[in-house]
Design a protein around this ligand. Structure first.
Ligand SMILES: O=C(O)CCC(=O)C(=O)O
Ligand SMILES: [Fe+2]
Length: 379
């Protein structure tokens, strides 16, 4: 088929899919037996040779890359030292013994699941591709051109800055998510303090610089897939944009991080291996986002991750809470903290506005390449 006709077909398929307002779960409910082409990753996106194929059995975590587990109830200097090491080497850590009640996490995961599993007529009312609305349920395309969909539906809820508008959510879901977000706001403050102190700039500095009061919650639902191997992605490889992300997940698994073998500096496109993040019961997973990488002047890593579909029977549920800066004004600028840019370690990034940052991500995708144009030019 000629390329133009093929593109037209794919665009029409995409429109038909969104028109069902049923998500990937709707496809599964309708009894599809083959994965539609819209979900097939074009060869250009196929991971490079050294990366394990997504359907391969779980990669045993190599000893060099096991996500650190940090007991956050340890004496402060110990917790700071562990956070410092994890943020610099892995960009991810599991936080245990946090003060977020296990019941609030379980209730939020159950609420997310029940939202996605409610009958079509109820959930389809929320279907929206509007990226800035207060509440939106949709299958967010991995790419628009050519259109590719992930094997995942998401409910996105904006909790701030400002007051959240949750009015339309089913009450049980609304209440559980609100309680969870409130608990996580406290946890996030603690993390921001630890991450700040671990940079050697004092516990209050990150909050002062970024005002980490923007919360976007993404309740993800990865339906089971009859042919997991034919679906490349539940979530395509990406880095998270904001300050940091806190993830709660059930026990199904499928999240992977890209391990940079030489463990030093930027990953070259062919130099990584995908390693499973094995869920740790009761832990919250924290990962550094691109903005914090910038603010830390590359002391901290923002690591690429993705989700592969593992199960033919079980849907996976996860909740990502993105901690974003509340400062978004036209004159607000982001860049490395001046105290971290020294003669020995000059600033790696120029200062930029939130708008510039987001447009570069839209243009270059949610990956490390979007950061290149924010780097200080060497010329
Ligand atoms: O579902 C997951 O485990 C990860 C989701 C994720 O990476 C994201 O929402 O940015
Ligand atoms: Fe992510």
């Amino acid at each position: 088929m000629a390329a133009a006709a093929h593109d037209y077909e794919a665009a029409a398929e995409l429109a038909r899919f969104h028109g069902t307002r049923a998500g990937v779960r709707g496809l599964v409910e309708s009894g599809v037996t083959a994965v539609p082409p819209l979900f097939s990753t074009p060869t250009t996106m196929t991971p490079a040779a050294p990366l394990a194929p997504p359907a391969a059995p779980a990669t045993p975590p190599s000893s060099a890359f096991t996500i650190p587990v940090i007991d956050t109830s340890l004496p402060r200097p110990d917790a700071v030292a562990l956070v410092r090491a994890a943020a610099r080497s892995h960009g991810f850590f599991h936080a245990t013994n946090h003060r977020v009640p296990a019941g609030a996490v379980a209730a939020a995961l159950a609420a997310a699941r029940s939202f996605h599993e409610q009958p079509l007529a109820a959930r389809s009312a929320f279907y929206s591709l509007d990226p800035v609305g207060p509440v939106a349920y949709s299958t967010i395309p991995v790419t628009q051109q050519p259109p590719v969909l992930p094997w995942r539906d998401s409910l996105r809820v904006r909790f701030g800055p400002g007051n959240p508008e949750l009015g339309d959510l089913p009450p049980s879901c609304r209440d559980a998510l609100r309680v969870y977000q409130r608990a996580l706001a406290g946890f996030g403050e603690e993390m921001a303090g630890l991450l700040s102190e671990a940079l050697g700039v004092g516990a209050a500095r990150l909050e002062e610089e970024l005002r980490v009061r923007g919360w976007l919650m993404a309740c993800h639902y990865y339906p089971p897939c009859l042919k997991p191997g034919s679906v490349m992605v539940g979530s395509r490889e990406h880095t998270d944009p904001g300050v940091f992300t806190v993830l709660a997940q059930d026990g199904v698994g499928g999240l992977q991080v890209r391990y940079d073998r030489d463990h030093d500096g930027d990953v070259d496109d062919n130099g990584g291996v995908w390693v499973d993040v094995v869920p740790v019961p009761g832990a919250l997973l924290v990962n550094i986002g691109d903005l914090l990488k910038v603010v830390s002047n590359d002391e901290y890593k923002s690591v690429e991750h993705r989700v592969v579909i593992r199960s033919k029977q079980d849907a996976r549920v996860s909740i990502a809470l993105f901690f974003n800066p509340a400062k978004r004004g036209h004159s607000d600028r982001f860049g490395p903290l001046p105290e971290l840019a020294t003669a020995e370690r000059p600033a790696e990034y120029r200062n930029f506005t939130f708008f510039e940052f987001m447009s570069s991500r839209r243009k270059f995708g949610h990956s490390r390449s979007s950061m290149q144009c924010l780097k200080v030019s060497l010329n």
